[in-house]
Design a protein around this ligand. Structure first.
Ligand code: SF4
Length: 254
């Protein structure tokens, strides 16, 4: 069983993650208003889910709409007494580097500007599948974690939805993530899939010499030299502009 809020879902991602998703019997999908909005609304999210269902006939895709309230999560530097169980402690996250994290807030605390050092340096949060010598059962069931004393999520305080000012979705992280997937596909020789993702990244992020270079490489490996050349030229052109802008910025600093 896998639980996701589908923040990562798009037409491309459905295909990219297919091999992984085929391993899942039940896919619990929590639909939060802000994430649904960033996907293009409920109709767009439902369209992506129906695509998932069509490609994964053996997987039970179970969406659940969260409408108005959410459980608050605030960090503190003052140590609290943890007197309730936090359901999030059962939401184990598998990280890209092979570590497991007991909960989502702990897994991604390094991206949160307000997460205190005491929380981020938790010894109980992570388990490294490659090298950890601790007893796994004990790690998985330990409660509370040292980090919980600095995070009020266990208090289960209900809070109405509010969207904070700023970027709804962290585009840069998403592009980096997609780039890593595409690079892995390219390494595995899946150039058609990799090329599609590079093209999608270029569409989202605009001119970028590195991305154009990768698109060119994909076309070359797909036996399309004309398109490969076209993107190589684009890559060179953008690279010249990037260098000129860099020089300009440096001369201003001087
Ligand atoms: S209280 Fe905070 S740190 Fe502890 S499990 Fe819940 S979300 Fe994670």
């Amino acid at each position: 069983m896998l639980t996701t809020n589908i923040f990562w879902l798009s037409e491309i991602d459905v295909v990219c993650h297919l091999d992984l998703l085929k391993l899942v019997d039940i896919l619990n999908v929590t639909l939060y208003p802000n994430i649904v909005k960033s996907l293009g609304g409920y109709e767009a999210a439902e369209h992506l889910l129906s695509k998932l269902r069509a490609l994964l006939p053996k997987t039970n895709v179970k969406p659940m709409r969260i409408e108005h309230v959410y459980r608050k999560l605030e960090f503190t530097r003052e140590k609290m007494i943890v007197d309730k169980h936090c359901y999030n402690a059962e939401c184990t996250n598998l990280m890209a580097d092979g570590r497991l994290a007991r909960c989502g807030p702990g897994a991604y605390a390094h991206l949160h500007p307000d997460a205190p050092r005491e929380f981020c340096e938790s010894k109980d949060m992570f388990y490294d599948l490659k090298s950890d010598k601790r007893d796994f059962w004990h790690w998985k069931h330990q409660w509370p974690l040292d980090a919980c004393a600095y995070c009020n999520h266990f208090q289960a305080i209900k809070s109405p939805w509010k969207v904070e000012k700023g970027v709804l979705r962290k585009k840069r992280y998403e592009s980096d993530y997609k780039m890593r997937i595409a690079d892995r596909l390219a390494e595995a020789g899946a150039w058609a899939q990799a090329g599609r993702i590079y093209l999608a990244i270029a569409e989202e992020t605009g001119p970028d010499s590195l991305v154009y270079g990768k698109i060119s490489e994909a076309y070359r490996n797909l036996g399309q030299p004309v398109l490969a050349e076209k993107f190589l030229n684009l890559s060179r052109k953008v690279s010249n502009v990037e260098t000129a802008q860099g020089d300009c910025a440096e001369s201003h600093v001087v």
